[in-house]
Design a protein around this ligand. Sequence first.
Ligand code: ATP
Ligand code: MG
Length: 233
Amino acid sequence: MLLDIKDIHVYYDKSYILRGVSLKIEKGEIGCLFGRNGAGKTTTLKTIMGLVNPRQGEIFYDGKDITGLRPYQRARGGIGFIPQDKLLFKKMTVYENLLTGSKGQNHGQTWDMVLELFPDLREKLSRKAGSLSGGQQQMLAIARALLINPDLLILDEPSIGLMPIMISSLAEVITKLNGVGITVLLVEEKIPFALRLAHRIYVMDVGKIVYQGMAGSIDENELLSHYLGVNQR
Ligand SMILES: Nc1ncnc2c1ncn2[C@@H]1O[C@H](COP(=O)(O)OP(=O)(O)OP(=O)(O)O)[C@@H](O)[C@H]1O
Ligand SMILES: [Mg+2]
């Protein structure tokens, strides 16, 4: 397993949020985590990144216990995270935003690979990030995360607010990245989009995993019944 989360319990102050979450992703897989608003998906991702610390439980990455590591150590270890709000520097150019992702390890090969994957960005390197469309900003956030050379890429609701055509490009990008060996953990609300990509599926509700399975063998009705209130566009 590349990622092995073992029974994590997370609190925000006195609120008990993650109530024993266990989740695994095998090397080379695309894993997808579903759940209603407020279920604890983002908190799970933040805990993997070390932005939130569990009160109990462990996180193993590539066989090593990373529970006590700082977020930057996890990033250096090969975990790339694209948060829900993307955290781009809107007043800086596309190029400058990319530089913030590659600081200190400017391997030409990765830059070439990333710009080849996102030809749109190559043409817009001198544009301000804030002037890009929502879809292009999402691509920029992914491109920046790729410049750390991640083995695991974590995306929090990347399709949100995107036009259907951009959602297709996003699916294509994720498939390509997975094709070159990058393991992916995706939080998504759009079931058809996610099911097209995912190998392994988890559904969480109120801080617990309530359903899990491999994409080929899950029962879609059962998946839906564990995932009510979904907004399927
Ligand atoms: N910084 C915080 N302080 C206190 N409570 C928080 C904080 N962040 C999140 N929460 C609460 O923790 C719970 C889980 O939130 P989380 O953001 O992980 O859910 P989510 O599944 O990502 O939801 P969404 O689909 O809306 O993104 C929610 O009840 C939320 O209100
Ligand atoms: Mg969230």
